[in-house]
Design a protein around this ligand. Structure first.
Ligand SMILES: C[S@@+](CC[C@H](N)C(=O)[O-])C[C@H]1O[C@@H](n2cnc3c(N)ncnc32)[C@H](O)[C@@H]1O
Length: 434
């Protein structure tokens, strides 16, 4: 194994994050920042040193992890937290306050947001709320502890909340006030290596692990999901990132998951499939044409279709596979080429643990609309589940090529999932080749 491949293997062992050795430039520059002047082989020797090794590895981990986060990121997910209900459950378990864990909290915006929202939810009453923020990156945690942020990080908070909980420095940056600081503690924790819940921590009423699982291989992510399920108190809540939910790492029973990425009924109208989109298929992602070749004949009245698709997505989102498939099948009787209906079928199959069925459905979606980036992304996840990394990479490349921030369909299909998060997830799965 050459030095760089050895470095990628070390990162994977330490963090669970797969970096292809093809990610040469990114890995080399992370190494340059972590250990200036050391080449991969020299670094590996340093990493093996019992005294200097752990600090060297920690510096590399700081450099290879993605710490993108903001206050109130994906706000709708936070809005789904029923704080009084969490308190009721905690009291039923004999506790006087709520215990929350933000796992993979990066520079701390997420745990501070949880503390802020809990305070707002109970105001003017003060309820004890203990928020633990953990991350593998010591540098990220050091920044979290300072509680000092650039304006961009707090943009998601309205000005009233900013004034109430943060103070503004002369240079325009913000500092988290004492009230929130008193509710949040930080500690280093490696989701791959360390016990879950972290040593000495009792089960939590709320676990938030967003935009972290996407960096891990599906079996690792699934193992973590099960561990989180055990670490959350019955009746508690587990929140994954919207992109993680799109990957259908669904929580099991016994606690309440947050809403997934699909829109609930009554939300904005569904844009129809785009005309002329049947082109640019990545070789291998498109399958044979379904029965009615010759182009989709879109039904004239869009409203019935909109309603049906909304219902199908909502059913898929709440895990009601039967209802979702029934709605999708009705759409397909009207238009056997309907890419949205095939997409819903793909999501349901993937959730049901049938990645081969998902591949089939998603290929059909992409046959009808090769620019359907979400279908390509989900197809990548399905191939990952099947262990077919070559096909998965092809699909992620197709998703990256076709992700279009102005595509209305993404707004409709996903609630507050940042297209940038999906692009980052594709890049992570491609090991930085993109
Ligand atoms: C994109 S940030 C997510 C921040 C925040 N949860 C959010 O959604 O805004 C991903 C974080 O996961 C952390 N991470 C990666 N691998 C980890 C591991 N094995 N154990 C704990 N944290 C890890 C990274 O250091 C990084 O801070």
């Amino acid at each position: 194994m050459d030095g760089l491949a050895g470095l990628a293997a070390l990162v994977r062992r330490e963090t669970g994050i797969t970096l292809a050795s093809s990610r040469e430039t990114a890995l080399r520059s992370a190494l340059r920042r972590a250990a200036p002047g050391l080449g991969p082989d020299a670094f590996l020797r340093e990493a093996a040193d019992p005294v200097r090794g752990p600090a060297a590895v920690a510096r590399l981990v700081d450099e290879v992890t993605t710490q993108e986060t903001t206050f109130a990121r994906d706000r709708r997910q936070f809005d789904a937290i029923d704080w009084p209900e969490l308190l009721r459950q905690a009291s039923a378990g004999g506790d006087t306050g709520i215990r929350a864990w933000s796992a993979g909290c990066a520079t701390g915006e997420e745990p501070y947001t949880l503390a802020l929202l809990a305070t707002e939810a109970f105001a003017p009453v003060t309820v004890p709320v203990d928020v633990l923020g953990t991350d593998i990156s010591g540098a990220a945690l050091a920044a979290a502890r300072t509680g000092h942020y650039r304006p961009r990080a707090v943009q998601g908070l309205d000005s009233v909340l900013r004034q109430r909980y943060l103070t503004r420095d002369r240079d325009g940056s913000y500092r988290v006030g004492g009230r929130l600081r008193g509710m949040v503690r930080f500690r280093r924790h490696n989701l791959i290596r360390d016990p879950i819940p972290p040593a000495g921590e009792a089960p939590f009423d709320l676990i938030v692990c967003r935009n972290v699982l996407i960096y891990f291989e599906p079996p690792v992510a699934r193992r973590l999901m099960s561990a989180f399920e055990r670490a959350v108190r019955p009746g508690g809540m587990l929140i994954l990132g919207a992109v993680d939910s799109l990957c259908r790492y669904r929580p099991g029973s016994g606690h309440r998951p947050a809403p997934g990425p699909c829109r609930a009924p009554g939300a904005r109208p569904v844009p129809g499939p785009r005309a002329g989109a049947r082109q640019q298929a990545e070789p291998g992602t498109a399958q044979q044409a379904p029965a009615t070749a010759g182009g989709p004949q879109r039904p004239a009245g869009r409203s019935a279709r909109e309603e049906r698709l909304t219902g199908a997505l909502a059913a898929a989102d709440r895990g009601d596979a039967e209802a979702a498939l029934a709605e999708a099948n009705l759409l397909l009787t009207e238009d056997p080429m309907d890419p949205d209906a095939h997409f819903v079928r793909g999501l349901v199959r993937l959730s049901a643990g049938d990645p081969a069925g998902a591949v089939d459905a998603l290929r059909r979606a992409l046959y009808s609309d090769a620019a359907f980036a979400l279908a390509a992304f989900t197809l990548g996840r399905a191939h990952d589940e099947l262990g077919d990394t070559t096909a998965a990479r092809r699909a992620y490349r197709q998703a990256l090529r076709t992700l279009d921030p102005d595509d209305e369909r993404h707004e409709f299909m996903l609630q507050q999932v940042d297209i940038g998060d999906i692009a980052a997830a594709c890049r992570a799965r491609l090991g930085g080749e993109a």
